[in-house]
Design a protein around this ligand. Structure first.
Ligand code: NAI
Length: 379
């Protein structure tokens, strides 16, 4: 039995983190299953430019369009190609509409809060709409002036000054519902107790308020027997609740144990993912996955770390934990748990890469390769 995993090495520290991570992922799987991973490399970034002249060759896109599972290291933004970001290009052209980030604490990592272990959340962030849609016009340009004139003359909007830069915040019912549907399914499949819609609907009534309402509607339309609301709780059912985004930031610090699954529009999700990852001391360790209806695309959430590339200093933890998420997704959750426990043990034993040294009292700093070997041995 084989499962094809497409993978992109990535730029900068990409090569070394993969060299450390892949053996861990394969070994964890071998301990729990007959299944083997058939790793198929796809070219992107600098390696692709060197071999094909293009940072994102058509062969890579074609393979990804037909793929079920792929993983990637970080990609630098190539200069002078006219492409803003390969990551954004991949997300948009593959319609990777859900960005999913689990956040939990590893014992031994010092963090800015007293009880980081109370955080155990999974954030589902809408990935294609909202102010990230890229519809924005610079101040004082003919485009901005034209839009402002249209607002004034056609819609009677007088409070946007002539000199303003303007952006558009599109949010749709379909786009919001498919994100909430995915979060809801995950919550139900994993026996969670609550799902929280995080929005600013008090201020942005139709966009963010729409997200909130569409979220509740979706739960009532498609999951009526399995869900309830906070106001009318039903024992044994998943509670759907909502929080205004700024209040959610307070709650995340004050009562994190009351939140398990967050479903958010794009911008709120961007902020809260990083805030929560920092709260558990694990920004550099955070795994993530972007999903379409057909593809799960796992990615290290950090960048290419060019200043330490090739020096065996990088932390391969994010890719290793991406591997755990991937193994869970392909149906081997016990292998995933093995990886998390093994990585947790390495940190608890104070063996960490240099980026985490300041967060572990009495740390023994190890290189990228050694960290991978320790996690592998702990499996
Ligand atoms: P970065 O994440 O590469 O680096 C920020 C800081 O964290 C640096 O001090 C770096 O040394 C350190 N760091 C990052 N990952 C680390 C790891 N695994 N182990 C140890 N230390 C680590 O962010 P930066 O400098 O803003 O971006 C560098 C390049 O990466 C840019 O070209 C950017 O576009 C790209 N990038 C790509 C991302 C992706 O592919 N998902 C995400 C963020 C940035």
């Amino acid at each position: 039995m084989q499962k094809t995993i497409y993978w992109i090495e990535g730029d900068g520290i990409g090569r070394e983190i993969w060299q450390a991570a892949r053996p861990v992922i394969d070994a964890a799987l071998a301990k729990e299953s007959e299944l083997k991973l058939d790793w198929q490399e796809l070219l992107a970034g600098e390696k692709a430019v060197a071999e094909t002249g293009s940072p994102l060759p058509e062969a890579t896109m074609q393979a990804l369009r037909g793929a079920e599972v792929a993983m990637k290291g970080p990609l630098g933004t190539p200069v002078g190609t006219g492409m803003r970001s390969l990551n954004v290009a991949l997300r948009q052209s593959l319609d990777l509409y859900a960005c999913i980030r689990p956040v939990r604490h590893f014992e031994g990592l010092e963090t800015p809060v007293k009880h980081p272990e109370r955080v155990d959340m999974v954030i589902f962030r809408e990935n294609t709409e909202d102010v990230y849609a890229g519809v924005e016009f610079a101040a004082q340009t003919p485009e901005a002036r034209k839009l402002i004139a249209f607002l004034r003359e056609e819609l009677g909007v007088t409070k946007v000054g002539d000199a303003a830069a303007v952006g558009i915040k599109p949010m749709t019912e379909a786009g919001s519902k498919r994100l909430v549907r995915r979060a809801l399914r995950f919550a139900l499949d994993n026996g969670k107790q609550s799902l929280t819609l995080v929005h600013k609907g008090n201020i942005m009534k139709f966009t963010e308020g729409g997200f909130r309402q569409w979220g509740y509607d979706l739960a009532a339309e498609e999951f009526a027997d399995l869900t309830c609301t906070e106001k009318e709780p039903v024992p044994g059912r998943l509670v759907i609740k909502d929080r205004i985004a700024d209040a959610m930031f307070q709650e995340a610090l004050l009562r994190p144990e009351e939140y398990q699954i967050l479903a958010t529009p794009n911008l709120n999700g961007d902020y809260i993912s990083d805030a929560l990852a920092a709260q558990v001391g694990g920004l550099g360790l955070a795994p993530g996955v972007n999903m379409s209806d057909t593809l799960a695309f796992y990615e290290a959430t950090h960048g290419t770390a060019p200043t330490i590339a090739g020096q065996d200093k990088a932390n391969p933890g994010s890719v290793i934990l991406c591997g755990a998420l991937m193994l869970e997704h392909i149906g081997v959750p016990r292998a995933a748990e093995r990886i998390r426990t093994a990585l947790g043990k390495a940190i608890a034993a104070k063996a960490v890469t240099v980026d985490l040294a300041a967060q572990v009292t009495g740390a023994r700093v190890v290189g990228c390769r050694e960290f991978g070997e320790i996690v592998g041995a702990n499996l």
